[in-house]
Design a protein around this ligand. Structure first.
Ligand SMILES: Nc1nc2c(ncn2[C@@H]2O[C@H](COP(=O)(O)OP(=O)(O)OP(=O)(O)O)[C@@H](O)[C@H]2O)c(=O)[nH]1
Ligand SMILES: [Mg+2]
Length: 237
């Protein structure tokens, strides 16, 4: 069997300490390339990404965003470009090493049978390392809430570690998506389930970042509470 051609899309904001390790671990896999979408990080992550592009010729693309920053906006810009490229699979993951690149081949393999495969923290109980108890409860509650409101079936609807078949991702209405923070991940999955995508999950152990800072803010969390209702109401109208 020939190896799939995989593009790994990674949004970054102030991830200077994490990016070199991430790049070397992702690109250790044959047939993998990366797209780094940097939001003009004040810590110089964008320039670092350009240097890494020189170290791995032909295997890294860097998208430098200007203007309003945001995780959802970054993914929309990056994924719209990604689906036009000559690749079989498109993965998305965080830059902070919470998502171990060692799982990428398992996600890619499961994409033979699914249109999107989620790296899931909640398949065998809770597989999260170094989260305080309140964060575990918050995430578990968020998933229960989202699944109840939207009728989404995966155990982990908020995981940012995913692998898509390029053709399935290309069919999603990326341009029309309304959420910007983590809710964007829920919106993508909602549209995928609605369009009949086969959704799979493989277990991962999520490890909380050791370097850099979280970008989770109160408005972003509130958006996650509102978006499930917006998605459902948009479809029933
Ligand atoms: N381009 C871009 N990337 C972002 C933005 N906000 C967060 N990211 C990236 O999105 C990924 C997830 O963000 P994190 O801050 O790790 O969010 P989290 O995992 O929920 O929080 P932590 O507990 O700190 O890990 C990381 O790769 C970030 O660098 C943004 O506004 N623009
Ligand atoms: Mg993180």
């Amino acid at each position: 069997m020939t190896l799939p051609r995989v593009l790994v899309v990674v949004p970054t904001y102030n991830e200077r300490e994490n990016l070199p390790m991430l790049v070397s671990q992702v690109l250790a896999h044959d047939g993998f390339r990366m797209m780094i979408i940097d939001d003009a990080s004040p810590d110089g992550t964008g320039e670092l990404a350009d240097r890494l592009e020189g170290e791995y010729p032909g295997r890294i693309q860097v998208l430098h965003r200007t203007g309003a920053r945001g995780l959802g906006r970054s993914y929309i810009d990056g994924l719209q470009q990604a689906v036009t490229q000559d690749v079989d699979l498109i993965c998305q993951m965080d830059a902070d090493l919470s998502h171990n690149p060692d799982y990428l081949p398992a996600l890619a393999a499961a994409a033979a049978e699914h249109d999107v495969v989620i790296g899931s923290r909640y398949l065998n109980g809770v597989s999260v390392v170094n989260w305080p108890l309140h964060r575990i409860f918050l995430s578990a509650f968020a998933n229960k809430y989202i699944r109840a409101v939207t009728q989404l079936t995966p155990r982990d609807c908020t995981s940012g570690f995913r692998c898509w078949r390029r053709d399935a991702l290309a069919r999603l209405p990326l341009r029309g998506m309304v959420s910007d923070g983590y809710a964007f991940l829920v919106e993508m999955l909602y549209e995928a389930q609605r369009s009949g995508c086969r959704i799979g999950e493989v277990p991962i152990i999520f490890v909380e970042r050791a370097q850099g800072h979280s970008k989770v803010s109160t408005p972003v969390l509130l958006e996650s509470l509102v978006i499930p209702w917006r998605l459902v109401l948009r479809r029933t109208r």
